[in-house]
Design a protein around this ligand. Structure first.
Ligand SMILES: NC(=O)c1ccc[n+]([C@@H]2O[C@H](COP(=O)([O-])OP(=O)(O)OC[C@H]3O[C@@H](n4cnc5c(N)ncnc54)[C@H](O)[C@@H]3O)[C@@H](O)[C@H]2O)c1
Length: 439
């Protein structure tokens, strides 16, 4: 990620354009949320960039600036929004349809939201079987589609007077697939775009266009998008940060809080059964087994990496882990998740933990979109490129270089994030040793 200590970070002056491929529930809850916060109608709860602080130096120094002041982030007034969707609904219509935010709030923002109209999408139904869209580009090849996206990006930047751009994929989850030969190098990928290779998914065409333009790209869904060698090569070549995959919002957030706690206390795990009911469009897309497979793989990895059964076979070898998502329209975006956790204590005595999380999917995801947009822009301004592992805090399935296992423990991820900021700013890292207080 080309991290250098104490670098000069380019100023956050001017307007930052946030481009969102996929303007559904998450994207519109993010956009409308920022507008509401700008008008002081609500608070940016859940956002580290807006509410978080960072300790510097020793505990008695009492230096705890807001993160946003410490690294000089753009203000919410500096943000401009745009995006693409396979449906032509403007952001007001899409937000109203998603049904996450109350009409009363949306109506106060109606004029501003209605002005945000999605650009035509790059889409292939093979990759999202449950959706059919008409607001879609046509072109002679996937490279021609990428070029149209590049034109969109340039036009958006010029029309909105943006100084910088970032992109966050908020589109539907594409069907599960593994990287193939066409994903192995940039040359092969570009040849594949010209030949409209079947293995290149629409999200990858967006990622290619963004990276070609040097626009940082974060992937909020579990599909590959930028998680393969060709894209990493392009990110390095154009000095562009990339991050992913799959926003860590409800059940997995809880998993990465509780599992490190169990492991810290050397409590064993027999099994973890997770089920959900969800009724929004995301739930409908995930009702297709192939899209669900992408999600399942993304959700399943977490416990394995945190608990390290190979290192603690007596506690964790062979634990059962099941994840289910059931599409249940009456609940809309208000997901309900149940976890049954079978654990073992002293002398192997069994115990159970039951968790019932009545969450709101997009309410949890929107501040992540905001933080990623601001931190990815910061990374670019600080000259960081390629995979931004310090942002794994935000992802269910964090990207890492080949051969390096991801860090899933939320608290290690947060420490990594804050130490990265201290490092870039040339401040002392915080190890929590604290020996000096007893000298
Ligand atoms: N909300 C959460 O808690 C959460 C957590 C992790 C990941 N995610 C992921 O974030 C994504 C967005 O979730 P959501 O609830 O907003 O879903 P949504 O269905 O409301 O929105 C997705 C939008 O993407 C559009 N779309 C699909 N393919 C596209 C393409 N190729 N180009 C442009 N637009 C396209 C759809 O038309 C839709 O409007 C999903 O992939 C979801 O799995 C959400």
């Amino acid at each position: 990620m080309a991290l250098k200590q104490g670098v000069e970070v380019a100023p956050a002056a001017g307007r930052l354009g946030v481009l969102l491929p996929g303007m559904g529930a998450v994207a519109t809850t993010f956009i409308a949320g920022v507008m509401a916060i700008r008008r002081k109608l609500a608070q940016p709860i859940g956002s580290l960039t807006e509410m978080g602080t960072i300790r510097l130096g020793k505990r008695p120094d009492n230096r705890v600036p807001a993160i946003r002041d410490y690294i000089e982030l753009p203000t919410l007034d500096d943000l401009v929004f745009g995006g693409w969707d396979i449906f032509p609904d403007d952001a007001y219509e899409a937000a109203a349809r998603a049904g996450v935010l109350e009409r009363g709030v949306l109506d106060q923002l109606r004029e501003e939201l209605s002005a945000i109209e999605p650009m035509t999408a790059v889409f292939e139904q093979r990759f999202v079987k449950k959706l059919t869209g008409q607001h879609v580009k046509t072109g002679a090849s996937k490279m021609a589609l990428a070029e149209q996206l590049i034109d969109d990006i340039r036009r958006f930047k010029a029309d909105n007077g943006c100084d910088r751009l970032v992109a966050v994929w908020c589109g539907s989850t594409e069907v599960y697939h593994q990287p193939t030969d066409v994903h192995s190098t940039l040359a092969k990928f570009e040849a594949g775009l010209h030949a409209s290779d079947d293995n290149i998914a629409p999200s990858q065409v967006y990622a290619y266009a963004a990276l070609k333009e040097g626009v940082p790209y974060a992937n909020g869904a579990p599909n590959l998008s930028v998680d393969f060698p060709a894209m990493q090569e392009l990110a390095r070549a154009t000095g562009t940060p990339i991050a992913g995959k799959d926003f860590k919002t409800g059940q997995t957030l809880m998993k990465t809080v509780i599992a490190p706690g169990l492991k810290a206390r050397m409590l064993g795990l027999e099994g973890w059964y997770s089920t959900n009911i969800l009724g929004n469009r995301d739930g409908e897309v995930l009702d297709d087994p192939e899209s669900f497979k992408s999600k399942e793989v993304s959700k399943l990895g977490v416990l394995e990496y945190i608990l390290q059964p190979d290192k603690y076979p007596e506690l964790y070898k062979g634990f059962h882990h099941v994840v289910r998502i059931n599409y249940y329209p009456p609940r809309g975006d208000n997901k309900e998740g149940w976890d049954n956790i079978d654990i073992r204590g002293w002398l192997g005595y069994p115990m159970q933990i039951k968790l019932n999380f009545l969450c709101r999917d997009s309410i949890l995801a929107a501040p992540i979109v905001l933080d990623l947009a601001l931190f990815m822009d910061f990374a670019k301004r600080a000259g960081m490129q390629g995979i931004q592992e310090w942002l794994s805090f935000y992802f269910k399935s964090p990207m890492t270089p080949e051969g390096l296992y991801p860090e899933h423990d939320l608290f290690i991820q947060l420490m990594k994030l804050k130490n990265t900021l201290r490092y870039v700013k040339g401040d002392e890292l915080i190890t929590h040793l604290g020996a000096e207080y007893y000298d």
